[in-house]
Design a protein around this ligand. Structure first.
Ligand SMILES: Cc1cc2nc3c(=O)[nH]c(=O)nc-3n(C[C@H](O)[C@H](O)[C@H](O)COP(=O)(O)OP(=O)(O)OC[C@H]3O[C@@H](n4cnc5c(N)ncnc54)[C@H](O)[C@@H]3O)c2cc1C
Length: 416
């Protein structure tokens, strides 16, 4: 692995900018498909992927007006077990997939009415939901407060230990031959001449002054994707950081686990979730803040998260506050991911993508996964590898190509 600070000049079949779960999953699958892959990231593991709660929750994430997103999230859930099983088999690591479901609970009557409205919508979309009174909720989770008004069990939601999962992805990618360059991609390079006139990608420029030459570039830099020069301006503007603060709690030695299901609670209008891990860790999250690139942890957020968690699960106060953290979700204007390339022939169902005659040929985006990037990482890798190998990606991706934010970029736009 070339160390940071060494001038890099390498070639590859594909270079990936960003090594969170999205970039690393793509790297692994692309290398497994026989491609020579370079992944560039100055700080692999410093992104949202290690902050996340690891919920695989298409059902409890399903919101009014987001039907296309629900369809891709359901595709993602269906794919996760086989992807995780292969990852575990290749690496010998467990990734902590849990399938108990989400128990959504409402603290008071107003919270319950809101939960029922969402439940009616989710049922109308064909999703399983079992209504429970407060007593039935406590039968499932005995540490819940007796004050819980009622709840709904969504059996179609799962979770994964995202830190174990990310570590396994890095190991699998390395074992498949992915080369990692510890440097930041500053620009996608286009064209043979300085004006990038032919619109064909030829690699990336690195912050330390090196380059990776490649006819295929995948930008998968999470909330930082808009910082990569050489992307169309509207696309750069489409990805924004959405801050999330989150807590990791641990059981004191000898204390048995306090939770089995993921709990999503609404406490007088405020949402909080608690996600249990097999090792007894409980993740409590998360804030949702529009604060640009700020990743500080604030006293108020820690207070509010603990207050709401203790309101529904009083035993939370006995757990050890092991970690507080903040991460940046890559948000987009329509809350959907940005996956695919540019120009006719790059959309799902159109056959081989990025072939001759297309727009900015060889440029692919895999970003904007917002609240569901862990869930969507396997199917994003499938889609990008399909593009790279000339196959049509799944039809569920059709609404999520980069072209909805930026038409085919003018040759040389923003490129060097
Ligand atoms: C509090 C919180 C809770 C969440 N909970 C869940 C959840 O329960 N379930 C779920 O599915 N999702 C969840 N998410 C969302 C999920 O974490 C993200 O959607 C996902 O991690 C995005 O992955 P990524 O690889 O695109 O980005 P990241 O993990 O942010 O990785 C981006 C990488 O790109 C690198 N990079 C940046 N700029 C450059 C550059 N110019 N060149 C090269 N590399 C670069 C960074 O160093 C970083 O390693 C949560 C997010 C947060 C913040």
């Amino acid at each position: 692995m070339p160390a940071k600070g060494v001038l890099v000049a390498v070639t590859a079949d594909v270079v990936i900018a960003g090594g969170g779960v999205i970039g690393t999953a793509i790297a692994w699958r692309a290398a497994a498909a026989g491609l020579d892959v370079v992944l560039a990231d100055p700080a692999q593991g410093d992104g949202a992927s290690l902050v996340a709660a690891g919920m695989l929750a298409p059902v409890s994430e399903a919101l009014f007006g987001e039907g296309a997103l629900l369809r891709v999230n359901l595709l993602a859930l269906a794919r996760f077990p086989s992807f995780a099983a292969e990852l575990e088999q290749v690496t010998g690591r467990r990734v902590g997939l849990r399938r108990e479901g989400t128990l959504a609970v409402a603290y008071d009557a107003g919270d319950y009415a809101a939960l029922m409205r969402l439940t009616a919508f989710r049922r109308s979309a064909g999703l399983d939901a079992e209504e429970l009174d407060g007593r039935a909720c406590r039968k499932l989770e005995s540490f819940l407060t007796p004050d819980v008004h009622g709840g709904v069990l969504f059996p179609g939601d799962w979770s994964v230990d995202n830190r174990r999962y990310a570590a396994a992805l890095r190991e699998a990618a390395a074992a498949a031959g992915v080369r990692v360059v510890r440097d930041q991609v500053t620009a996608v390079l286009t064209g043979d001449g300085a004006d990038g006139a032919d619109g064909r990608v030829r690699g990336v420029a690195l912050a330390e002054g090196g380059e990776v030459s490649s006819a295929r570039v995948v930008v998968a830099a999470g909330s930082w994707s808009g910082g990569v020069d050489g992307l169309p301006a509207q696309l750069r503007a489409a990805v924004r950081p959405v801050k999330g603060q989150l807590l990791r709690l641990r059981h004191p030695d000898g204390m048995p686990p306090v939770l089995t299901h993921t709990i999503r609670a609404t406490v007088r209008g405020a949402d909080v979730y608690l996600v249990p891990r097999a090792d007894g860790e409980v993740i409590v999250g998360a804030t949702q803040e529009e604060r640009g690139p700020d990743r500080t942890v604030t006293a108020g957020a820690v207070h509010d998260l603990l207050h709401d968690a203790m309101s529904v699960l009083p035993v939370t106060s006995e757990l050890i506050l092991a970690e507080t953290c903040a991460g940046l979700r890559p948000g987009t204007p329509d809350n959907g991911p940005i996956v695919g390339g540019f120009g006719a022939g790059t959309g799902p169902g159109n056959g081989p993508g990025n072939g001759p005659g297309n727009g900015q040929r060889g440029l692919l985006l895999a970003t904007g996964h917002y609240r569901n990037g862990i869930l969507m990482s396997p199917v994003t890798a499938d889609a990008i590898v399909a593009y790279l190998t000339g196959q049509p990606p799944a039809a569920e991706w059709e609404p999520f190509t980069p072209e909805r934010f930026a038409a085919t970029p003018a040759a040389g736009e923003g490129s060097r």
